[in-house]
Design a binder for this molecule. Sequence first.
Ligand code: GRF
Length: 224
Amino acid sequence: MRSGGSSPQCKVVVLISGSGSNLQALIDSIASGDSPAQISAVISNRADAYGLQRAQAAGIATLVLDHKQFEGREAFDAALAAAIDAYQPQLVVLAGFMRILSAGFVRHYQGRLLNIHPSLLPKYKGLHTHQRALDAGDREHGCSVHFVTEELDGGPLVVQAVVAIAADDSADTLAQRVHGAEHQIYPLAVRWFAEGRVQLHEQGATLDGQLLPASGQVLHYADS
Ligand code: GRF
């Protein structure tokens, strides 16, 4: 339960741009009664994002804000923040939201903005992470949930899932397994946040009041 709040629920707004399989994992985890989080709305910058259909099927409010209709990043981010804040969420979750956010936006949601990235951060910030892990000859890869700060893919880590790389992995097979791990750790991180167990402090992210290591909580997935 969140400390200081009268309601045990934690309102969440999820931002997407695409398939929304992480959104689906969150919806499923909440539906299973596993989490005090409640998704108030799903917002997409693309009208054709399949995740919008997933949200509608779950009875969640959806909104499309097309960034191309705005004069620049600041104007889009201001409209996005206004749309989010109308729901007064305790948490904003980036789930495949393919936009770089302005510093002002990130500061506005400091401590209540989470992202998932398909690599073991700080390795492979940015795109094409699976191919880059293969090209580097890594034996392990994975995904990370982190608080968003002004540094792209650089905020304090909450949890990482480590996935072993097999000798015959392609970027596609590896991506599939990492995706499976994402669907485990994102609902977990959101639940921890909703329960008040995970917080962002000046020194970093904490779990149950203890400062997490730079890697966040590390979980290993043999085969997911
Ligand atoms: C995931 O790989 C996530 O790590 C990245 O974007 C992708 C979103 O996938 N940030 P989905 O839309 O949740 O299926």
